[in-house]
Design a protein around this ligand. Sequence first.
Ligand SMILES: Cc1cc2nc3c(=O)[nH]c(=O)nc-3n(C[C@H](O)[C@H](O)[C@H](O)COP(=O)(O)OP(=O)(O)OC[C@H]3O[C@@H](n4cnc5c(N)ncnc54)[C@H](O)[C@@H]3O)c2cc1C
Length: 321
Amino acid sequence: MSSPSSTVVIGGGIAGIACARALADRGRPVQVLDRGRRLGGRMGGRTLHGRPVDLGASYLTVSDGSPFAPVVAGWVDRGLARPWTHTFAVAGPQGIERTTSGPLRYGTPGGLRGLVTDLATGLDVQLERTVTRVGSDGGPTVDGDPAAAVVLALPDPQAARLLEPGTAIAGRLQPTAWQPTLAVVLDFARRSWDADLHGVFVHDSPALEWIADDGDRRGDGAPVLVAHSTPALAAEHLDGPERAVPAVLAAVRAVLGLDEEPEWTHVHRWSFAKPTDPREEPFAVADGIGLCGDGWAAPSKVESAWRSGHALGTALADPTD
Ligand SMILES: Cc1cc2nc3c(=O)[nH]c(=O)nc-3n(C[C@H](O)[C@H](O)[C@H](O)COP(=O)(O)OP(=O)(O)OC[C@H]3O[C@@H](n4cnc5c(N)ncnc54)[C@H](O)[C@@H]3O)c2cc1C
């Protein structure tokens, strides 16, 4: 049970941990609850055949002058994150057409989840705790227990399950504006694609949106690709994601001109991968309940989720600022 003087943050993805960090760093008592066995949310991955693979976010970026920049610099200094690339390929369904350059993307040797775990060092975190109800009658409550304030750092459809419909804060949610993705891991016997590929944005494919060279971004050179499906293919296969693997594999082989079959595959379903219409404002608060995450501080990405959580935590700690 949380103390009535603590803020309770529901969701241990990067937004929830950034919010809790901002509160704790300002001396405010805070507890994080997450239903998962580990922190990280959509920056999660799995150890497959003895090697960590990122299944959610592929990389992170940081804008010039962002308050997130010193956090990322600290991870790079300590070897937790590594500059990966500015350049990806762009492909149509039949193959690679050109390259495109953008901001520096950072990868991690051990998996993006480790960055969230690092940010949570010293915080009061309870894992494997699924919250079912957040109330606002007579002050904020979490499954009936009073709290100083409550933060929902979750995709809107997950937050909507917890809030009473018709309340001011529930009215700020956009639960239908989220789309799914399937992440398909493909392990090959050898690396037979271009060593400078890094990743591929795929357009006009009914099955495939993105391919990441996981061995390249992690720095171990493993012959592993992670492909992200289109939202439409994912939506068709939410009840049986493994049935989508042949279509994703065929699309990857066509784009990269690969002849060989993978040694093994693994699929992960993200039912609420990204918001279709993230809000510009960084967060919302009403009746002692706050909302943050990558549905705020558009565009939706790791940096936005951190900025949203950090801004909400700072505002809750110093409401007069
Ligand atoms: C496939 C995919 C690819 C992506 N690629 C990129 C990329 O390359 N670059 C980039 O910057 N961003 C990318 N993103 C987006 C990025 O991952 C997210 O913006 C960011 O991780 C969101 O963090 P969050 O804390 O807002 O939410 P989440 O990470 O979703 O955290 C929510 C947490 O709430 C917990 N939770 C849910 N319900 C409950 C409950 N009832 N009780 C308790 N806990 C609960 C969950 O377990 C989860 O840990 C990608 C996302 C996906 C899915």
